[in-house]
Design a protein. Sequence first.
Length: 754
Amino acid sequence: MIAAVGAAFDEKPYLFDAHKSGTRSTDSEYMQMNFGPDEALKTTLAAYTPNVIWFNCDERDQTGRRVYFSKRGGGTSSATPQIAAAAALYIHKHRAELERLAGNEKWKIVEMVQTALFDSASRSNAFLKYYGNGVLRAKDALEIPPQNLITKVKRAKPAEGGGGFFKRFLGVFVSRNAFGPLSDGVETKIQEMMNSEILQLLYREINLHKYLDELNLDSEQAPFDSIVNAEEFVKDIQKSVKASDFLKKRLRVPSDVSDPNITDVTSKDFTNKKIETRNGTIQVTMEGVAGKVREGAKNQKLEDWEGGVFHEFEVEINEIFQSRGGRNGLAIDENFDPNEMDVALLVQQEVDGQPLLRWQIKGEHANVPSVLRGGPSETVDVLQRDQFFIDFNTPGLRGGSDLRRNGGILKFVVKVFGLFKNKKKKDNEFNELVAHLGDSKYELLVYDLEHENASGQEWQPIASIPDIVKEINADEKPLLVLIPGLLSKVEKGFDEFLSNPDVTKELRTKFGRYALGYNMPTLLRRVEENALQFNKLLGDAGFKAKPCSVIGRSSGGLVARYLFEVVLPGVAPKSVPLALNKLVVTGTANQGTLLASQENWANYVNIVSTVANLAGVLVPVIPKITGILKAIINTAIKLPGFSDLEEDSEVILKLNQISTDRSRYLVVTSNFEPNGLLKKLFNERIIDRLIFKGEDNDTLAPVLGAIFKKPNPRYNVVLDISQCCIASEGDQINHFSYLKPESKEILKTVINWI
């Protein structure tokens, strides 16, 4: 290797003043050159410049005629080809002698050419500090025969960009969904590429010039701390606008000069961190932000239906600044085995002293909603196409404004969840998963209203009690039928209703001894399927035209409507299993809901997590939430139970185009305007209030749609105002609290109606 520098015609360097940048600019009358450091001058040679003739096809004379050669060649651009030409001439003249060197001696050719150029160079001047081995004398070099050099040459050690020095700063981390493990050869090439960029930056970036005289680029043994301050060196590269984002993502402070568990830095530092866990490595990369990363609990077990683990770390951001790639945030990658587990991310941020929770899952496939997606893949470099990304430019992480409001520091906690897959149930994994969430198999159950001090969960399978259906059919009082909503069962959907002694006292006066409950797969089956199966189970059990009143919660109200508006009207009156007296639907999206789309359901996952955390019940809720995330990850189709709740779905259109007597219906809904934190989150669009396009709602079902008042020319349903029970905003009643003991006015209305 030979480093080329320039010498003018009088063999003086054309360096006017190295410390006056104004005299060395491109437009200056003074010419320029490069030299040093001293270690590099051992392999340096000068050649003549400027005013060297060189090829230039773009230049024209005053008449417009092309001038293919000019005398404007200058700088190392003219010096370098002179040295290369001299080397080529030497090989050409002495080819016969040099070609005798073969096999293990072939390396000597390169060393002999270099030695001939160095030995023949002019050294009779006072500027060797700039020229190293002197000024090129090509003719003199050609006169040195190879046999005079063969005993002088020594084999040079393999060249490394920065020796072994920069490798300690660089980490090549490939996330599990990019290309798989890199071969050693590819990883080495990437390391060399980044080494080369650092070397270029040392010369191009003025703030890095101070390190040139400190570094011994050929030394691998020199103690690191005595050469340079590692954190300052990394910080200065991270601040450089000339450094690539690819390099910045992979810079790290060597662990032998920094606490491996805490990376604590000052203004505009850019810290990247690896966290080693039993499941693999988590790579934390800051992009256009400054702060510190502190490891927390790792390898913590998650007790859910199949098990899982989570790993936690804390982040403090103290500044946000412009990045070359345009992103401001935190990129998180992991290389966990995708055959063993799915991965989800939970971010907890403080908003006015209250915790806000957000989930992310990886995935470029279409079924992952953008609300939960880890980040747009087109902004991620080729080695990490599928990653988590916490974007500080999104609502709720508003960068500079949050930093100012929180005293210059933005804090949050990140949990990385590894959700184990069930290999034994691979073919039926999704069905098992949804059943665990609360979805159920088809079953009829009965509840004894004469239970004293009951919890509301004392349901029994109807088949476990002999002759129970005969007893119910024979009872002169009507039957109370309860149908739960999405992701619920009667045991949980009506427990507070049935454990309320004031309620059960009234129910016993109106209905027979037993209430009937219907559990069904609310996610995996459509409303139509559930209604048809309900009818079949009732018939198989032996129910015959039994008068009843029905309470359907949420989507259970649609199942009840489909049964009595579509299925049973085509059956002879004496052959129907149930004869409807009164129907109450609570929180039912009778005209559909925007929240039923996967995109908006993902928003709701974040709302539920935040509310559960504020209520102190996040831990028991997490398995259901992570289960929903698994459902989104592992199925590319829409869930039928969700789809039926969408506005203008097939079942919504069908039910609302039927002309039938609905005078026995009572619709219960509410305009829930959350107070406190949730209201703030809605108002500031941290959680998107526009899910409902500004419509009043109970957090799941729009009010006007619930009472059939949302304008739609295709619908044919009209209710009297007396059939609409709308809780006031001040009551703070939401989709999940209609039948709770504190909802006294609603309970009174429901009991009176049925």
